[in-house]
Design a protein around this ligand. Sequence first.
Ligand code: MEV
Length: 320
Amino acid sequence: MVTVSAPGKLMLFGEHAVVYDRPCLVTAVGQRMRVTVELLDMPEFLLDAEDVKVIGYKKQMSEVGIGEIPKGAKFVEIALKNFLEKHPMKTGIHVTTSEFSSFFGFGSSSASTVCTMKAISELTGIKLSNKELFDLSYKTILDIQGKGSGFDVATAVYGGTLYFVTGGKVIEPLNISELPLIVGYSGVKADTVTLIGEVKKKLEEEPEKVNRIFDAIKDLVEKAKADIVKGDWETVGKWMNFDQEYLRDLGISTEKLEAMISAAKKAGAYGAKLSGAGGGDCMIALVPNDKRKAVGDAITIAGGQVIDVSVNTEGIRVEK
Ligand code: MEV
């Protein structure tokens, strides 16, 4: 039996633009997905994923990836299918996933995909490099969603804080020891695939304008990368505010997110922006140490929920 865990993610800069061949910056969060895998004598696939209300799901190994798959089982089952296509196995497998709420948009689908792939490779002795683990897991996400840059998959694998270019063309860890963020949940669950679709529509309608926005966001990502490494939080905050303006222009911010962002800034944050697909989920604020409480209180008064989560955390690891 093997248990592995992988972190969730928070996008710092570059969301949406990263779907279109631009870079982004992302950090791993302390909330971790855990997946336990054991081999079975019978050629059966069993899944227990309480977090997504899938209990006692069972099918023949020969049927993995075939027929109707319940939503909550998709990422684990297609990860297994993609692994088996490369490395066939004769035994059965029991997968148990736990401990990660899909609630805040921290990327539970990609974390469970990466964990499943890693756990099976550990258990079968078929070692995968981090890049192979990324590639197979990213393929799994694309097979299911058809969309996505893969930044969440890279974060689950590598952890830390990454500079990432679409599809893993570049995955570069940033050498930093702190990242003074506050995270606020807007109370609304966002649907990433729908929001990617909305931005795609906008891009088709106004290609010049939207490409100009994506290029401007790319510029901010490059600047923020250099200033994050320097620890110049005041300047990084300024880039965050600019990025938020572009995201607003893309039409993916919400009144609630705007209220939380402006409350955070008024209370003394260096900068604030939405994080991820938009339409809900979370906002982030970069804050001086002596303003943490004031900024947290301001986000709460604006109707947000401050989430106590560590950032820049470790990537995938084998637990036992
Ligand atoms: C979603 O958290 C971030 C997006 O850029 C999608 C992606 O990069 O896969 C909107």
